[in-house]
Each structure stands twice: as structure tokens, then as C-alpha cells.
Design a protein around this ligand. Structure first.
Ligand SMILES: C[S@@+](CC[C@H](N)C(=O)[O-])C[C@H]1O[C@@H](n2cnc3c(N)ncnc32)[C@H](O)[C@@H]1O
Length: 189
């Protein structure tokens, strides 16, 4: 069966992430992607995970402790637009789950301006063959605006430097999430 966008995001991560890699979870939430990335990079790797809610850090910390994955993870109580402060030019991948945390405060959503700042910064630090993955939830108020802003931005990326994939079911009700994957082809000359 075809994978959901969420499951496909992990397939795209698994294809490229190996032991020792540096990676980012830009929207930590309850830590599902953080824990998955931590298991892929192993204890010699490095996961930087971001969220602006203390409850997200608490939930993620608890999960990582339970799964014995704390060593390779740094949790940042900070917006992902600041991600560039923590990176060198050796980033293998970053993942976003846009929107709100279903188990948290639904009024706290990702926003186009900060999401785009984060994407720009991540693309700068990304290794060739590295991927930025965005799982786009857009059924909530403000979601459509963010979806359109990101869609415009990724469609405008240079074909020389990036491949951009959209993975989406187009006959489903209720605006299911879809996915963008930006893969870096080569460094800028
Ligand atoms: C859809 S949820 C993420 C779900 C998460 N991947 C998981 O496994 O549970 C989106 C998250 O983005 C966070 N968020 C919103 N704006 C942010 C920002 N500027 N920087 C980092 N995280 C942000 C929200 O607090 C929320 O927890």
C-alpha cells in the first residue's frame, strides 16, 4: 500500500541517514521524529531538536530517556528560525511537521515567516544529497497561508542546485497532510 505522508517522511530519512550524521528536528512536539532520528544517527551522531513549548521538551526528554537515546540529542527551547546558530556545513537532513501539536495548545502553530527563515538557513548548511523534509498539515486556521508560502518558495528553488518533490494524495477528504522534500544536488559555485 502507498505510505501516508508521515510514514513516507521516515522512509526518506532512513534512505540517507547513517551513523554519526548531524540532523535536525525543526518541530519537536512529542518527539516522534526526534526519537526516530536519534535511533538512525546512533550515539556518535547529533540531533538538534527545536520547539517553542516547554511541554514539548518535557515530553521529548521523557521519551528519549525511556528509549535510552539522550546522548545524541540536544533539545532547544527556541524557534527553528535560530537553527543556523547551532550548525556547521555538515547537515544531512532536517524534518518539519507543520501546524499545531494535536495533544497540546492548538493555538500555537508554525508560521510562514519563521518556517521560511528556518528552511533558508537549513539549505545553507545542508550537505550535497542531504534532504529537508516538510510534512505539511494545513487544515487549521492559518494553515493554507503557510502552505502557499512554502509551496511558492520551494517551487522557486534553483533546479541546478535542488530537486523538489511533492508527495500528496489528491482524492482524499479533510485536507490530509502532504509532503515536500528538497534534496540538495550540489554546492553553489
Ligand atoms: C505538528 S507539531 C510537531 C509534531 C512532532 N513532530 C511530533 O513528533 O510530535 C508542530 C510543533 O511545532 C512547534 N513550533 C511552532 N512554531 C515553532 C518554531 N518557530 N520553532 C520550533 N517549533 C515550533 C509547535 O510548538 C508544535 O509542537
Amino acid at each position: 500500500m502507498l505510505e501516508t505522508a508521515l510514514r513516507y517522511s521516515h522512509t526518506l530519512l532512513k534512505e540517507i541517514v547513517t551513523t554519526g550524521d548531524v540532523v535536525v528536528d525543526a518541530t519537536m512536539g512529542n518527539g516522534n521524529d526526534t526519537a526516530y532520528l536519534a535511533s538512525l544517527v546512533g550515539s556518535s551522531g547529533q540531533v538538534h531538536a527545536f520547539d517553542i513549548q516547554q511541554s514539548a521538551l518535557d515530553a521529548t526528554k521523557e521519551r528519549l530517556e525511556r528509549e535510552q537515546l539522550t546522548k545524541q540529542v540536544t533539545l532547544h527551547l527556541e524557534g527553528h528560525e535560530k537553527v543556523g546558530n547551532y550548525l556547521q556545513h555538515n547537515l544531512k537532513t532536517a524534518i518539519f511537521n507543520l501546524g499545531y501539536l494535536p495533544t497540546g495548545d492548538k493555538s500555537i502553530i508554525t508560521l510562514p515567516k519563521t518556517t521560511l527563515l528556518a528552511i533558508e538557513s537549513l539549505l545553507e548548511h545542508l550537505l550535497p544529497k542531504g534532504r529537508i523534509i516538510l510534512v505539511v498539515y494545513y487544515g487549521h486556521e492559518g494553515g493554507e497561508i503557510e502552505k502557499n508560502a512554502i509551496s511558492d518558495y520551494v517551487q522557486g528553488l534553483s533546479q541546478e542546485l535542488f530537486s523538489v518533490l511533492q508527495y500528496q494524495f489528491i482524492n482524499q477528504k479533510n485536507q490530509p497532510p502532504f509532503l515536500f522534500c528538497i534534496e540538495k544536488k550540489k554546492l553553489k559555485d
